[in-house]
Structures are given as structure tokens and as C-alpha cells.
Design a protein around this ligand. Structure first.
Ligand code: NAP
Length: 306
């Protein structure tokens, strides 16, 4: 039986990824959307999650695709109504709220899935296996993109809890926490535009528990070539995971990989969790962002205008 699912927050990612993947999935039937202003043809539409859950045909599960600042209340409402919840990344605006959601899921016997789509990029698992058999000497993460191109008009992303450059940067951290040994932040610098509450760039020096340096640079001011790369130097060669994890090279030689299927992978996992009655909530990428806010120096840079 397909799991009847609703989407909450019908913006860019819901339109670009969730709808096509759900409509092609044998595991799910997309029955409803709840969004303040946007609608989707071919399903029931509501303004709020409360209206959606009160309808006669309410879904059994919801995917929460709104900005992270408003996700907690919706997730709590859904789980208290006995619904399974898929959280877009980042899973919330704070660590504490995500931990609270984990407890609520347990208390109500429903599935909570904190999704990290970049972990399902084609090259990530192959990179992980290759690195597990080698000793890492250093790693560099470079996540540099043009905010005007990728996030036009997204006011929430610049507000407190929107995370600024960590909105894409947390994707790099979700891959790094999957493929690298445990690491923590030694020092960092966050650059805040004079007129914004969230950073436009972050320079972060992490170190593994064995003292291996991991340097991360996130920047939203990159025009021209966009960079979403992780490079790792090991005792057995150099690994380069590029284009957000979709391409992998070992010592400069491109590796064969399966086709891109990030969101199909996420929904396969969600269906598996719902059927097994389990949850999957890994907060490590969000914890590194919180640590960056705790441990970094703050720089004020030129005001940012859209
Ligand atoms: P977006 O285009 O701004 O869409 C967010 C949508 O949420 C808006 O369209 C808005 O709906 C809705 N919304 C706002 N406040 C709401 C509320 N209180 N209740 C219900 N819905 C509300 O943002 P997005 O790019 O899709 O990103 C959403 C989330 O997905 C973020 O956490 C982001 O990190 C993640 N994500 C984005 C991408 C990407 O490529 N854009 C990729 C992966 C993950 P209305 O239109 O109805 O006002």
C-alpha cells in the first residue's frame, strides 16, 4: 500500500524535487499540499497544516519543506496527530528543537526522518568506502556559490535561524560527517553583511580527534564557476568529490558512478523507516553549524542587496 503523503511549504525544492519524485514513487501517493500562497494542481490544497490534517482525506505522512524557522511547530502538530514526518534540511533552526522532535516522535510512535539530500549524491558512498580503508592526512571543503542565482527573493535565508551561507554549507557538512572521521571546530570566522542577520561567508578550521586538519570555506559571493568540492589527501592517494558529491575522482581519474537520484534515495529511505516503525535523525551537520556560531570570530562586511 502506498503511503499517503502531503507537502507543507510549496516553494522551490518542493516543486523541483519532491513533487516529481513522489509522483514517480510506488511507495507514496501525493494527496495534498499546505502552503500559505502556493498551490499544486492535481491534489487537495490547504493554507495551513492544521487544515490539511483536519480534512477527511488527511495524509498519513508529511514532508516539511518550509523555511527551517517555522518547521518545529508543524512537525510537532503532525506527529501529535499520528503522522510520520520527513524534514527537509536543515531539520530545524536549533539543535534543541530537533532533539525535542525526536522525543515527540518516540512518544507518539511515528517516524521522524531528518533528511540530508547531499548524502545521497552519487559519489558519496563510494568515497566513504574508499576513505575507510585509508589514513587521512588532510581535507579541504570548498562550497562557493552565487546567492543571487540560487536564492533569489528568499528573505528567510538572511534572517535569524535562516543560517545564511550555512544553508548550502550544511550540505557539505552532511557529506563530511558521512565520509570523514569525527571532527570538531578549532577556530573560525563568520562574515556578516552589515544589513543582515546571517553570514555570507564562513572560514572554518576543523580538526579530527586524531589531529588531522579539515579546512572549510563557504562563500556566497562567488560569481562565475560555482564550487561544491571536497578534497581529501590520504596515505593511499587523493580523493576529489566535486559538484556537490555527484562526481568522484581518485588521483585525478574519474570514477564510474550511478546516475543522480538524491531525492529518490531520500524517499526510499523514508518509506523504509515508516514500514519499519523507526526514525533517523542525525544532528551532526547542524551541530557543526551551531559550533561555528559559538566558536568563530565575527566580521562585518559590506551590506548585501538583492
Ligand atoms: P522557498 O522557495 O523559499 O520555499 C519555501 C516555501 O515555504 C515558500 O514557498 C512558502 O510558501 C512556504 N512557507 C513559508 N512560510 C511558511 C509557513 N509558515 N507555513 C507553511 N509554509 C510556509 O525555499 P526552498 O528553497 O524551497 O527551501 C525550503 C527548504 O528546503 C529550506 O530548508 C532549504 O534549505 C531546503 N532545500 C532547498 C533546496 C533548494 O535548492 N532550493 C535544496 C534542498 C533543500 P508560499 O509560496 O505558499 O508562501
Amino acid at each position: 500500500m502506498a503511503i499517503r503523503i502531503g507537502i507543507v511549504g510549496f516553494g522551490k525544492i518542493a516543486h523541483d524535487q519532491h513533487v516529481p519524485v513522489l509522483r514517480a514513487s510506488p511507495d507514496f501517493e501525493l494527496v495534498a499540499v499546505a502552503s500559505p500562497n502556493s498551490i499544486l494542481d492535481g491534489c487537495a490544497n490547504f493554507k495551513t497544516i492544521e487544515q490539511m490534517l483536519a480534512s477527511d482525506d488527511a495524509p498519513e505522512a508529511v514532508s516539511l519543506c518550509q523555511p527551517p524557522q517555522v518547521r518545529f511547530a508543524a512537525a510537532q502538530t503532525a506527529m501529535k496527530a499520528g503522522k510520520h514526518v520527513f524534514l527537509e534540511k536543515p531539520p530545524g533552526a536549533t539543535l534543541s528543537e530537533v532533539e525535542a522532535l525526536t522525543r515527540i516522535a518516540r512518544d507518539h510512535g511515528v517516524t521522524l526522518f531528518a533528511s540530508w539530500h547531499s548524502r545521497y549524491a552519487s559519489g558519496v558512498e563510494t568515497a566513504r568506502s574508499w576513505l575507510q580503508e585509508r589514513t587521512i592526512r588532510s581535507a579541504e571543503i570548498e562550497w562557493k556559490e552565487d546567492v543571487r542565482h540560487w536564492h533569489p527573493g528568499q528573505a528567510w535565508i538572511w534572517e535569524a535561524g535562516g543560517m545564511g551561507v550555512f544553508d548550502p554549507g550544511i550540505n557539505a557538512l552532511s557529506i563530511a560527517t558521512r565520509i570523514l572521521p569525527d571532527f570538531y571546530l578549532k577556530q573560525g570566522a563568520l562574515s556578516f553583511p552589515a544589513n543582515r542577520a546571517a553570514p555570507i561567508a564562513a572560514d572554518l578550521d576543523f580538526v579530527t580527534v586524531d589531529g588531522v586538519a579539515i579546512r572549510a570555506e563557504f562563500d556566497w559571493r562567488q560569481t562565475g564557476l560555482q564550487t561544491w568540492d571536497i578534497r581529501v589527501d590520504t596515505d593511499g592517494g587523493k580523493l576529489a568529490l566535486s559538484k556537490g558529491g555527484s562526481e568522484l575522482a581518485i588521483d585525478g581519474v574519474a570514477q564510474p558512478l550511478p546516475p543522480e537520484a538524491e531525492y529518490r534515495g531520500l524517499y526510499d529511505r523514508f518509506a523504509e523507516l515508516v514500514r519499519a516503525g523507526e526514525s533517523d535523525v542525525d544532528v551532526r551537520p547542524l551541530r557543526h553549524v551551531a559550533d561555528a556560531y559559538l566558536r568563530s570570530e565575527r566580521k562585518q562586511v559590506e551590506a548585501f542587496e538583492d
